[in-house]
Design a protein around this ligand. Sequence first.
Ligand code: FAD
Ligand code: UDP
Length: 384
Amino acid sequence: MHDWLIVGAGFAGSVLAERIARERDERVLLVDKRDHIGGNAYDGLNADGLMIHRYGPHIFHTNAKPVFDYLSDFTAWRPYEHRVLAEVDGQRVPIPINLDTINTLYGLDLNSETLKAWFAARAEPVAEIKTAEDVVVSAVGRELYEKFFQGYTRKQWGRDPSQLDKSVTARVPTRTDRDDRYFTDTYQAMPKHGYTSMFSAMLDHPNITLALGTDYRSLGRAARDCRTIFTGPIDTYFDTCYGALPYRSLRFEHVTRDVAWHQPVGVVNYPQTEAYTRVTEYKHLTGQVHPRTALTYEYPAADGDPYYPIPCPEHQALFKRYERRALNERQVWFVGRLATYRYYNMDQIVGQALATFRRIEAQVPRRDGRVRAAAADMAATGAA
Ligand code: FAD
Ligand code: UDP
């Protein structure tokens, strides 16, 4: 019999399974209703032998050395700096908006200093930056907001940026230099042999039993009656008793093209045209050498698998009701993007899972009855 039940074999569930199995020497039953490990980061070869990400492009980047070091125990890395072009007014220009974006789009010859003044002349002051619209309009003005952000965001989220929290568009900065990287984090790399291979190494431990294609609700009472880590949607854990928490979904169209290359960079965004938001060409990300090329088109959808929590005050209030209930659930820890209803990247989820492990270590006696002193100290000083 197992000591822990972990629901969900994505980053949150797999990191905790690995930590508990290896560090605490306790037995874990890890279940996922999908037929594979890795959650949304799952990747693998398609029928044409090309590496693709089943649930859309996953690019690893972080400033957190402990997170990078932890994952490095399970994978080697391929350095990769992500670049994205946006198709705007019939031209492909860098996004995040930078010096080259403006010079190309408007046929100008600005430098970083004159671009600052150019933005300042267009920016609309906003008393308090609250929404995803405010963030952009207050930095670069309404015209660029409409060209690059309004259409894309309406497509992606099914609502106007004015109805979304500022954190959504704040993910994409504005630059006055020529840096055309999507991220500026210290560590930017892809798992050398893919995410699934990294997850396999993480879960390769005799204390971990995997049950794929298994909804935890189908388990018998005995299997469920133990310490539990839940990484699925928090509202489903409580049978949506306060109403369904909204998540945004996507439909992925995966295609192979009979050409070596389709586009000059890993991702091209379509803020003004097309029903899809972006097109990914995986060979840029993976470095795979192949005569053909694999692409994914992302079509946003209201229904389907829950991929994105939708950040806005009303949904946060509903989440808080579930969170309050979750606090009363003894022996259950809620971790991950769906269970904590946070628009988190992979590295943030790994950080959250590692922090949860430290809390568990401080609170839950191991089988030998001892709480780990170091973890207890850490919790006492607030470091956990
Ligand atoms: P998940 O990966 O969703 O895992 C939860 C698991 O729980 C799922 O496998 C699910 O099947 C399982 N589950 C749910 N309910 C049950 C149940 N009742 N019984 C059994 N199992 C259940 N992050 C980045 O850092 N960089 C990127 O480039 C990036 N790109 C992304 C692109 C897309 C299109 C999406 C959707 C996300 C992207 N992310 C990216 C975010 C990243 O996917 C998440 O941060 C991370 O995968 C979350 O891990 P998780 O374990 O919390 O959740
Ligand atoms: N966004 C946009 N235009 C772009 C890129 C991003 O409007 O060309 C907005 C959009 O609302 C998007 C958000 O910024 O959902 C965050 O973008 P990111 O690329 O981080 O999205 P993710 O990779 O998480 O889907």
